[in-house]
Design a protein around this ligand. Structure first.
Ligand code: NAD
Ligand code: ZN
Length: 363
């Protein structure tokens, strides 16, 4: 198993490897010896697969286990679920030294983290992500929260976990479309900051193994670790999401608009892939991205089963981006990759962004 140190305040470790679920109890005991009770938060898809293993590993350590299982899906990511978690912890007299264990995808990680951030003004949380998206993105970085009926992720808190435990075996039961979706963020990391990851992924694709990476335990451990390291290196330099962390939004400015316009019927990672494709076209048309490099980028996205185009118009994309909360002041921060492995933030006015996208669309 691999351990990656995250130097935020407070700092913590991300443990990655096959069979890590069986170690959850001993890792909690080592990291937080005062924990007497844990609330395992999970959903109706993940609990039948992994809850028993985690319960057993914690039970052996004589730590009392309570559970809160909610209906799987983004629709559950609301204040009622959080109130349910608070209720179980209050009924069972949890104290400030006890902990939440979030076992599941990004929805579970976001909510388990938020329940922990707010119960008794903050107790420990151990993130145990089981989807690819949650492993490489949602569980690391300390962003927690819920959706409101007015919009996604509108209420939440920055709350760092005590540890993140990633068992790559969990990925084997993940439905294909969800695995592919997670690869959208993986490819994004390769493009914005990790040429080695790009080289690895493109080599696998050239060998015709792009649809078989999950079968190779060591390879999966390596890919997940590289991605976690990428995300960690960005967030430790920018814990509160002001500057550098914005580069993680590559493909997201337009991607979010496509996602919203589809009424969330299109998966997030698919929309990010489309958003990256549109920015690649625009950078190529603007002459800042070499056509050969642009082709390599498109080829990688499609090799892993993701799309690079969408019929959204530049006008719709700009209009949507202006409504997005990520807009600061009256400019739009657009993340550009002009060379695989590096990225930069360019502030554009509404007109500049429209012009940029229009040229890309024409090309
Ligand atoms: N906090 C952050 O920084 C951050 C970053 C990115 C995304 N997110 C959030 O993450 C959420 C999306 O994450 P997600 O795609 O993991 O969603 P999810 O938690 O809904 O999981 C997707 C589906 O996969 C199932 N699942 C999870 N692991 C499984 C496994 N190993 N085997 C079989 N089924 C499994 C779940 O039950 C669910 O049905 C969104 O709410 C998003 O806002 C947060
Ligand atoms: Zn994303």
């Amino acid at each position: 198993m691999k351990g990656i140190f995250v130097g935020t305040k407070p700092s913590y470790k991300v443990i990655i490897g096959s069979r890590a679920l069986t170690q959850v109890g001993s890792l909690i005991e080592k990291t937080a010896p005062d924990v007497q009770k844990v609330l395992i938060v999970s959903d109706t898809n993940v609990a039948p697969l992994f809850l028993e293993t985690v319960k057993k590993s914690i039970g052996i350590k004589k730590i009392e286990v309570c559970e809160y299982i909610f209906e799987a899906g983004e629709r559950s990511k609301n204040i009622d679920s959080i109130a349910g978690m608070w209720g179980v912890m209050a009924e069972n007299r949890f104290t400030r030294t006890d902990a939440v264990v979030a076992l599941g995808g990004g929805v579970v990680c976001d909510m388990g983290g938020f329940a922990a951030a707010t119960f008794l003004r903050g107790i420990k949380v151990f993130q145990v992500p089981t989807s690819l998206l949650a492993m490489v993105d949602a569980s690391v970085g300390g962003k927690t929260g819920i959706d409101l009926k007015e919009g996604k992720n509108l209420a939440g808190a920055f709350w760092q976990p005590s540890m993140v435990i990633e068992d790559t075996d969990c990925l084997k039961t993940l439905p294909d479309d969800l695995f592919t979706e997670g690869l959208g963020e993986v490819i994004k990391h390769a493009f914005i900051m990790d040429r080695d990851l790009y080289d690895l992924l493109s080599q696998i694709a050239e060998e015709g193994r792009a649809d078989k990476i999950r079968e190779d335990d060591l390879l999966m451990e390596k890919i997940v670790s590289m991605n976690v390291s990428d995300k960690v290196s960005v967030i430790t330099e920018d814990t509160l999401d002001n500057g550098l962390r914005q580069t993680l939004n590559y493909g997201h400015t337009v991607g979010h608009v496509i996602e919203r316009n589809s009424n969330f019927t299109l998966a997030h990672g698919v929309c990010v892939a489309k958003g990256m494709g549109i920015i690649i076209d625009a950078c190529e048309a603007a002459g800042t991205l070499d056509p050969e490099e642009a082709k390599k980028m498109r080829d990688l996205i499609t090799a892993y089963g993701l799309p690079v185009t969408d019929d959204i118009t530049p006008e719709e994309a700009v209009e949507g981006a202006l409504n997005d909360k990520k807009k600061r002041g009256d400019t739009i921060s657009v993340i550009l990759v002009n060379k695989i492995g590096t990225s930069k933030i360019k502030k554009m006015s509404e007109e500049e962004f429209l012009d940029f996208l229009k040229k890309g669309k024409k090309a």
